[in-house]
Design a protein around this ligand. Structure first.
Ligand SMILES: *Cc1c(COP(=O)(O)O)cnc(C)c1O
Length: 354
């Protein structure tokens, strides 16, 4: 095939969704698997590190993989309106795919806890944005109930059609790497993504990676084994206290002989800055959580690195959360518009530093 036609075009035969309508697509998927040798030398000595850069999907996160299938199914089912609760990326993605399909879209987001770039997306794509004075978990409960009481289609990852799209990321990783990695590392929020990756790997063959899930310490229900009522983290995409796919995540972790751990916001932001500054790959803070979890597991001796291949899933683009990026801004120097001033400011005027 000469050009990329999106996930349903590429993998539709392996997706358990309706094929009675034209796919709703923005040509999502086919994101790069980027080798990260410099960061790898630091965090997985003797191993090989790759980054699955999901921020390059059409609306800037992996959610687009599941939205092409969920929205196509909604159209096939005759829906006129879709609804979701979201920490931001699902909202932006649902809004875009609903626009594409000509459906109305309602998104519920936690009041004041959504990154600017995500809100910008949802608004730009014309969604009806409702803010909830509560958490994502409250929002999810509300939209679940609303979709049972009114004729609106729910497009959260409790919708099985979402996983049918999201599982394709596992197949892409294996195709791009030419083999199944030893470890696949990713952030875990509502746990749809870890469930979908495991589904994808299991459908693809007998050789499967071990899964390494990472949660933010302030919202780590799966690690703690109990619900977190007031989840708290600056990694807002995984600020979730009661994951909808909790049981499936535990199954995936167990079957893959994997591990799940909590990392502090400090560790998340360390990984976030390393990715951008050492490899030039800018992801949102939540997306760096898998890297932070891997680094921590290697340091504590839980994960061996020698000769092993690691894929870290970077779930969303850094520009989604510009506030987190500029928080670290160094003191900026202002100069008048002449080159002498510039060289002076750079301390290069004498040539001493050149
Ligand atoms: C949705 C999201 C997650 C969490 O994925 P789950 O499927 O909810 O576990 C992580 N990172 C980003 C950027 C997301 O948008």
């Amino acid at each position: 095939m000469a050009t990329w036609g999106g996930l349903i075009n590429r993998y539709g035969l392996r997706m358990d969704i309706s094929h009675s309508v034209e796919p709703v697509t923005l040509f999502e998927g086919n994101t790069p698997l980027i080798p990260a040798p410099r960061l790898g030398a630091k965090i997985v000595p003797g191993g090989h590190l790759y980054l699955k850069y999901e921020g390059l999907n059409p609306t800037g996160s992996f959610k687009d993989r599941g939205m092409t299938t969920a929205m196509t199914q909604a159209v096939a089912d005759g829906a006129k309106t879709v609804i979701c609760a979201s920490t931001g990326n699902t909202a932006a993605s649902a809004a875009a795919y609903a626009a594409r399909a000509g459906l109305k879209c309602v998104v519920l987001v936690p009041d004041g806890k959504i990154a600017l770039g995500k809100l910008a997306g949802a608004i730009a794509y014309g969604a009806n944005v409702i803010t909830v004075t509560g958490s994502f978990d409250d929002g999810l409960r509300m939209v679940r109930e609303a979709s049972e009481r009114a004729p609106i289609a729910l497009v959260n990852s409790v919708n099985p059609a979402r996983l049918q799209g999201q599982k394709t990321a596992a197949w892409e990783v294996t195709e791009q790497l030419g083999k199944v990695p030893d470890w696949l590392c990713l952030p875990v929020g509502n746990a749809g993504n870890i469930t979908a990756y495991w589904l994808g790997f299991c459908e693809d063959g007998e050789i499967r990676p071990r899964l390494l899930g990472a949660q933010a310490a302030g919202s780590a229900p799966i690690v703690l084994g109990k619900r977190v009522d007031n989840p708290d983290t600056r990694a807002t995409a995984i600020r979730i206290g009661n994951p909808a796919r909790w049981a499936e995540a535990n199954t995936a972790l167990k079957e893959s002989n994997g591990t799940i751990l909590a990392v502090t916001d400090h560790e998340i932001f360390d990984a976030y800055h390393m990715l951008a500054e050492i490899e030039g790959v800018f992801c949102e803070p939540s997306s760096a959580t898998g890297v932070a979890g891997l680094y921590k597991s290697v340091q504590s001796g839980t994960v061996e690195t020698e000769g092993k291949t690691f894929v870290c899933v970077l779930t969303g683009h850094g520009l989604k959360d510009p506030d987190s990026a500029v928080m670290k801004a160094p003191e900026m120097v202002t100069v008048p518009p002449d080159t002498d001033s510039l060289l002076k400011a750079l301390d290069l005027a004498t040539g001493a530093n050149i």
